[in-house]
Write a new protein. Structure first.
Length: 363
């Protein structure tokens, strides 16, 4: 499949719409509806749970179950404290980066709709040379143009309102996608596209496929923990983003070397089932899909861990998309990497046999 066929106009229109919608952790429902609407023609049914995870199912009657999974939530902030003169202090909802906050526009989500604001910061003229404060959680604040606390509250803003960045999808130099929330809206897009391609290519899988878009990954893999107990899968292939370590201030000695444009990243970690990983590597090699390797100490830090250690053990693997500037508003990925992750998941599914236990004790 050519990249232009995988990432056609219909797919990219969906990708842009899906990214431009805010889906902060705990508030993913609207984004899930966009995702489900795109996937609906290509699956037999949907499963949803109490906290908002959505699953598109192909062959729901099959006993053997394979999951392909991504997470739908993005990092954000909560209103934590409103001062008497109308400024707003925040706490994290997920791993939001305090250092990028100053001078950013924000959307505060209220019952009455969006209230815009800006993260303020003292002007360079008023800061003391050599004694400058760096941005940290205790000193970043939001200004919504209110004169006092009463006016803030009149606009519908209160403690607990969630805050997101409004930055939208853009294409950089024709072949790079840039947006906030590519971690991991890109994953949700890629697994949906796998489902679409299976349907359009009239593939009849010998097992049930559960295309799973989990919630609440950014605060500890919570959505995956919940949905794996309900689905009880035999196999899980998870996709998320990983760091491009070739940009400044990254240590390859500590982080390893993975780069944007180098292809999907296949993970090595205790939670990764070796035989399933070998199947994925063999698939990449046989289909001439470029790939990279990455080793994780102790855990992957992704939903892979939640699936692997559930239900008495689920054969799990992780295929990652290399990304620059994670948890900023300019997360960046390469178009060819997106297409190649889709190719790799798609062809790996074709290589899985119903009933395969991926046992270490069988040759």
């Amino acid at each position: 499949m050519k990249t232009a066929e995988i990432l056609d106009k219909k797919a990219l229109t969906f990708f842009e719409k899906y990214l431009n919608n805010a889906s902060p952790t705990g508030y993913e429902a609207q984004g899930q509806k966009i995702w489900m609407n795109y996937l609906k023609p290509y699956v037999d049914t949907f499963i949803t749970d109490t906290y908002g995870t959505a699953v598109g199912v192909i062959n729901p009657e099959a006993n053997y179950k394979v999951v392909i999974e991504a997470h739908s939530d993005e990092i954000s902030w909560y209103v934590n404290y409103i001062t008497d003169n109308g400024l707003i202090y925040v706490i994290r909802n997920g791993g939001s980066d305090h250092q990028i906050a100053p001078s950013k526009w924000v959307n505060i989500h209220t019952k009455n709709g969006i209230v815009e604001g800006v993260f303020g910061w003292p002007a360079i003229h008023t800061r003391k040379p050599g004694k400058e404060e760096t941005p940290k959680l205790e000193n970043i604040f939001i200004d919504i143009g209110a004169k006092d606390k009463k006016e803030v509250e009149k606009l519908g803003v209160h403690v607990g309102c969630v805050i997101t960045y409004p930055d939208h999808f853009k294409v950089l130099n024709k072949n790079h996608f840039v947006c906030r929330a590519l971690d991991n809206r890109a994953g949700g897009f890629m697994i949906a596209q796998v489902g679409r391609l299976l349907k359009e290519n009239k593939v009849n899988l010998p097992f049930g496929l559960y295309i799973t878009n989990s919630v609440q990954e950014e605060i500890g893999l919570r959505g995956a923990e919940m949905i794996t107990q309900r689905l009880k899968p035999n196999v899980a292939i998870v996709t998320d983003v990983t760091h491009d370590t070739t940009t400044p201030m990254n240590s390859k000695i500590e982080q390893g070397e993975t780069k944007m444009g180098g292809g999907p990243v296949i993970s090595y970690a205790p939670a990764i089932q070796h035989k399933l990983r070998d199947l994925i590597i063999e698939t990449a090699e046989s289909h001439k899909i470029p790939f990279q390797r990455h080793a994780s100490s102790r855990y992957t830090g992704t939903d892979t861990d939640a699936f692997a250690y559930s239900n008495g053990g689920v054969a799990s693997a992780l295929i990652s998309l290399p990304l620059r500037y994670m948890h900023t508003t300019v997360e960046t990925v390469h178009k060819e990497d997106v297409a190649n992750v889709i190719r790799l998941i798609y062809n790996s599914l074709l290589a899985i046999k119903s009933g395969d236990q991926f046992s270490y004790f069988e040759d």
